[in-house]
Design a protein around this ligand. Structure first.
Ligand code: N01
Length: 540
């Protein structure tokens, strides 16, 4: 539907960009709790955000326990939804989000298949106006950007890659139609969470899989299992306690160890690592001893333990050697695997170590490396995302005085709390740069940010205020806090998407707040203390 230029845009109270985990809750909270006139927009054909697109074989939550990758704001929702496995498939997460959208009657206020092409702020009217790809325009005082931390797919720019004549898919843009690997020679580039989940599944069907690996990765066994009715009932009984614990314990509901590695002998530590390894999931890292991503000695010991496990699993010594990670475990996103290393014992899987054998180019029939040609029928790009900042830069809103976000963020991704940007009044981000994001529970983190935004909007209404905006001083202080916390850990010593290191030319800056509970305490305190670090204008 194209709207003529001179037609007045449709007036709303708030517009939400994105109908994923954050956007759905924002729509519910602002519409049903605050009574605002709200509409959400999404380029996808349905709800789910990143889960709408991540349908590659093997895609699962990389959190270890399904009931905690879910909303916590409604006991009814928790009671009405049964998770079937401890590590949910992407299909089930998507079904859950569809269930939530249906149950809360959200669909009537979401405009799907709609790409927001432009967003700009009008100073005098204190309103945002968006223009969609069809030319429709909407205006509202508030714009909530729930555009996803892992949305903008990163495609490597190898010479000739577009000349490849076979099928080519990115894990973050997987087709909705079935993809068959049967009888095909499949090349997979990338061994992050997506590649490590997809490779074992592809190998079960394909004639041959060639994995092109740039950095060997640690992965811990997920030990995925079916959830029994008793386990589900137990979670429901303890729902309020778990909810409170997640808020207090950095997004994770269970108490973790207070044991110190220095108080144990090497044999005792080894025994404990074995126990945690047997339990699977993130237990080895977070529950062996205190400080695995802070204490270099403990980290080195856990890293060596996992390398040994890889060595024991992979039969071919040369392949095992190529698979040996050499960074501090946990400082790239920790990966939970379902038979990844075992996959290299199959006859139809081979590994190319790009550090020794870089890809020089692609041609119509495959990849050319320094010493070989790899003929392929299909290429799977598991090469990740322009994470955290990428989707906001894609939207590229125009704030005060005509400044675009791409200009504002050309050197640093300045924000306050990862929610607000100086020069962009009444714009709120969910999981923006400087938020806890993946370092906390993403659904709970989105809920808490949305609730804060809702309270802030109510504060404006109650006080006759037309706009709120953070200051550049507050942004500088926020960045300092983020970097200080990160620098007290081992994270900055490893190249990862947390630092923007996966995207050529992207400014290096740690992008997440590592102390989620502290973050939400500070966020609450700022509102209670009259929004220090923010400025308001009266309604114009
Ligand atoms: O992406 P990644 P991902 N040539 O950036 C390699 C979340 N997630 O999609 O390590 C060759 O982690 C790159 O190599 P290197 C989760 O938070 C969640 O796997 O940069 N290789 C790396 O091996 C995760 O962290 C779930 O040297 C290139 C890989 O591609 C985040 O999404 C599931 C390359 C990219 O790994 C991203 O994971 C999956 C190049 N030019 C993911 N460029 C669920 O919960 C990049 N690589 C379902």
């Amino acid at each position: 539907m194209t709207q003529p230029e001179n037609t007045a845009p449709l007036q709303l109270d708030a517009m939400i960009i994105g109908a994923g985990v954050g956007g759905l809750y924002a729509l519910h909270h602002l519409r049903d709790k605050l009574g605002l006139e709200v509409r959400a927009f999404d380029a996808a054909g349905g709800v789910g955000g990143t889960w709408w697109y991540n349908r590659y074989p093997g895609a699962r939550v990389d959190a270890p326990s399904s009931p905690f990758y879910a909303y916590t704001f409604s006991k009814e929702l928790a009671d009405e939804w049964d998770w079937s496995e401890s590590q949910s498939t992407s299909k089930q997460v998507l079904a859950y989000l569809e269930f939530v959208a249906d149950r809360l009657d959200l669909l009537r206020d979401i405009q799907f298949n709609t790409w927001v092409e432009d967003a700009s702020y009008d100073d005098s009217g204190q309103r945002w106006t968006i223009t969609t790809h069809t030319g429709e325009r909407f205006t509202a005082r508030f714009m909530i950007c729930a555009v996803g931390a892992l949305f903008v797919a990163h495609k490597p720019n190898y010479q000739g890659i577009d000349d490849f004549a076979g099928e080519c898919y990115h894990t973050g843009r997987w087709p909705h139609e079935p993809v068959s690997f049967e009888g095909k020679r499949v090349g997979v580039i990338g061994t992050g969470s997506s590649g490590i989940q997809a490779i074992p599944e592809i190998a079960k069907e394909a004639a041959h899989v060639t994995v092109f690996q740039r950095t060997p990765q640690y992965a811990l066994p997920a030990r995925n299992r079916m959830m029994s009715p008793e386990e589900t009932a137990g979670y429901r009984d303890e729902w309020e306690t778990h909810r409170q614990s997640m808020r207090r314990r950095g997004g994770w509901p269970f108490a973790t160890t207070k044991l110190r590695a220095a108080d144990a002998t090497p044999a005792e530590r080894r025994q404990r690592f074995e126990e945690k390894w047997a339990l699977g999931g993130i237990n080895l890292l977070i529950d062996s001893y205190v400080g695995a991503v802070v204490d270099p000695e403990l980290n080195a010991e856990i890293s060596a333990f996992v390398r040994e496990k890889i060595q024991d699993t992979v039969n071919d010594a040369a392949t095992a050697a190529k698979l040996m990670p050499d960074y501090h475990i946990g400082t790239k996103r920790l990966i939970l695997d379902n038979g990844y290393f075992e996959t290299y014992n199959r006859d139809n899987v081979s590994l190319v170590d790009l550090r020794d054998e870089p890809i020089e180019s692609f041609n119509s029939s495959g990849a050319v490396t320094a010493s070989s040609e790899h003929a392929l029928d299909m290429l799977v790009l598991a090469t990740g995302y322009d994470a955290v900042s990428g989707s906001m830069l894609n939207l590229n809103p125009q704030g005060r005085n005509g400044i675009r976000l791409q200009e504002k963020w050309s050197e640093r991704f300045d924000t306050n709390f990862g929610i607000s940007v100086a020069g962009f009044p009444n714009l709120f981000m969910i999981h923006g740069p400087g938020s806890p994001g993946v370092f906390f529970s993403m659904p709970l983190g989105a809920e808490l940010q949305v609730q804060w935004i809702g309270d802030c909007i109510a504060h404006l209404h109650e006080n006759g205020l037309g706009s709120i905006e953070t200051t550049t001083d507050a942004e500088a202080a926020w960045d300092e806090q983020i970097q200080q916390i990160a620098n007290s850990t081992l994270y900055p010593e490893t190249d990862s998407w947390y630092l923007g290191a996966n995207i050529p030319g992207k400014p290096r800056q740690f992008l997440g707040h590592l102390k989620g509970s502290q973050y939400f305490d500070q966020l609450a305190a700022v509102a209670e203390d009259g929004y220090d670090g923010f400025v308001f204008e009266k309604v114009s």
